[in-house]
Design a protein around this ligand. Structure first.
Ligand code: NAX
Length: 327
């Protein structure tokens, strides 16, 4: 048996984590031969609920679940973590402006970045899920000067999975036969789900759908899926978010399928003319625990306009919190 890896998770008593923890403990994320130590982190008021979740995990008697530890602070919770899943965030309250939301989360993610810098394993892989995910990841990374910005990612895999699922339903294909769907930019309604390079059974996906359906129905449907789920269920996506987190981390750590690429929010190196330094969702290929941006894709004017729009939103978000970033 391998040595166990340490996975720290904030927001561990929340809806997403309540689905995710059981998948991790069952080996769906790190592999069926990889024992895990779960370092579960919550705010002090939620520690009792967290104890309940820990009891349920224990009651599943998972062979791969080595140890569970519970923490009401990130400094202790991130200790020696190989992986950090930052799910907890402050939701938008009544009367709260987007600016207030960005600023209050900036404080939370500054502290988490500092704590990762001081206490986590030097090779820690970080996934930010809590919204606004891209900008929260940027803040955490900027507060961790001893870690590489490439260690910080944010979740856009849920958007990619949604884009695949909706296309599968429309065309009657199995999602497994759909490849190379891309999400560019921000995890927000400005994101751009791009099918120009996507394939179904190896043939161009765009041959199977009309341009009008793509532009007028498909793109807005993917962009607004999160809001539509809240309207329908009264609660936000949780099982699908847990699946996407599992997919993101598994691919990052164990590698992408041959020939496939996946979308991850990562620090921009200026590829495709996007501002360097922001956290932007790109198509990547992963191998040996590292990711590489897919280069050389042809970008149409239609795509360029949408990629720029979502980039601009990220630049605007950064402008709001810039004064809170360490110099
Ligand atoms: P819940 O409100 O069910 O759970 C959040 C949990 O985080 C709560 O238990 C809370 O006590 C805890 N928490 C808050 N601040 C914390 C802190 N500083 N340290 C530790 N724990 C803290 O929300 P849930 O549905 O689980 O969603 C969590 C976050 O994911 C939200 O910000 C949500 O907007 C975001 N999402 C992001 C997605 C993405 O694709 N990037 C998709 C799903 C989801 O909407």
């Amino acid at each position: 048996m391998r040595r166990p890896v340490r996975i720290a998770i904030t927001g561990s008593a929340g809806s997403i984590a309540s689905n995710l923890l059981f998948k991790i403990a069952a080996g769906e994320m790190m592999g069926k031969d990889q024992p895990v130590i779960l370092q579960l982190i919550e705010v002090p008021q939620a520690m009792e609920a967290l104890r309940g979740i820990a009891m349920e995990l224990e009651d599943c008697a998972y062979p791969l679940l080595h140890t569970i530890t519970l923490h009401d602070n990130v400094e202790e919770g991130f200790s020696n973590a190989h992986y950090a899943l930052l799910i907890g965030a402050r939701p938008r309250g009544p009367g709260m402006e987007r600016r207030d939301l960005l600023e209050v989360n900036a404080e939370i993610f500054s502290r988490q970045g500092k704590a990762l810098n001081e206490h986590a394993n030097r090779d820690v892989k970080v996934l930010v899920v809590g919204n606004p995910a891209n900008t929260n990841a940027l803040i955490a990374s900027r507060n961790a000067p001893d870690l590489s910005p490439s260690q910080f990612t944010c979740l856009t895999r849920l958007d990619q999975n949604r884009a695949r699922g909706i296309l599968a339903t429309q065309t009657g294909a199995n999602p497994r036969d759909i490849a190379r769907v891309i999400i560019w930019g921000n995890h927000s309604p400005t994101q751009y789900p791009d099918l120009s390079h996507a394939t179904i059974h190896g043939h161009p996906a765009m041959d199977e759908i009309s341009q009008d359906w793509y532009a007028d129905e498909y793109i807005p449907q993917v962009q607004n899926r999160g809001g539509d789920i809240i309207k329908a269920r009264g609660v936000s996506s949780a099982p699908s978010a847990a699946q996407a987190i599992t997919d993101h981390m598994r691919d990052w750590c164990l590698g992408t399928e041959p020939g496939e690429f996946v979308s991850m929010g990562i620090v921009s190196d200026g590829s495709y003319g996007i501002e360097k330094g922001i956290i932007y969702s790109y198509p990547v290929r992963c191998n040996y625990g590292r990711y590489q941006i897919i280069q050389g894709l042809e970008i149409s004017d239609f795509s360029r306009e949408r990629m720029k729009k979502t980039e601009q939103e990220l630049l605007d978000e950064m402008a709001v919190i810039e004064h809170l970033l360490p110099k």
